[in-house]
Design a protein. Sequence first.
Lengths: 269, 82
Amino acid sequence: MALTDEQIERYSRHIILKEVGAKGQKKLLNAKVLIIGAGGLGAPAAMYLAAAGVGTIGIADADDVDLSNLQRQIIHSTEDVGKPKVKSARETMERMNPGVKVNTYHMFVDAANIRELIREYDFIIDGTDNFPAKFLINDACVLEKKPFSHAGIIRFKGQLMTYVPGEGPCYRCVFKEPPPKDAVPTCKQAGVIGAMGGVIGSLQAMEAIKYIIGKGELLTGYLLTYDALTMEFRKVGLPRDTRRCAVCGEHPTITEPVDYELNVCEDKI
Amino acid sequence: MDEIKFNEQADITDQVCPMTFVKAKVSIDELEDGEVLAIRMNDGEPVQNVPRSMKEEGHKILKLHNNQDGTYTLYVRKVEEG
């Protein structure tokens, strides 16, 4: 499949890059990325992936756009309030780049549907805002052998890590299990600076792009943390817990995804 | 006149920077390691920049031939990165 003149011009700044070129751009055009959560993280990730020409982008979210989302969820506009987030997200992505195919999943992602959902994708982006969903995505990706980018944001802080099957720790190697209820406030209770989603969600898009073109070093085996107030990035090395991890270890006790109970006041995915 | 044999040719005389290099790069990306691309380009900016950019990509410049009509033909051998 040769690139069309329109594609060559649209992606020219990619093609110029030694690490991308026509070959890398074709890989992006053939790639399938699923974004779970069309919120603060998912919005910029989806937009950069659409702009980059990732050929198929899936986006899953059960919520409708709320006025209080617009301070950070830049894929949605004021006129989208009340619309399903996935519909609003698809419309923005299609306006940005009609060459991209967007699959929408207007539903709660849970233990019953996640394995089938992620199966057809090459890379998964966790753009969710709660621990049950983060563990669910991690376990499903380990079980389906899918690479994914984990991220979380709260107040002026953000973090992300990348899981690639067989190449480093999974989220559960590091965090074991969800924290007790109310031990950690949700971003609804605690607040979050809008641009944090832009910083961390864009880094997630960057990880997906590097994975697809096969260049550079991923955040496998590392947690990158960002503190906007002190303007410090830290890259912390993380060991794999091959012996004891309940899902990716030698003797896994988790062989199917699990739904943890969600705090009542928490947003679902 | 030209004794260099080439596998493919590209004409970028209708392009301006940076699309001159982009088009040339797309053409060379389609080739196999060791194959030769002949790129026809205008005098001036393309002649100054395209050969240098090709070299920076790791490809081997074989010859820049003046066509005596305001255009040049650059012969580049593709070097696949390791």
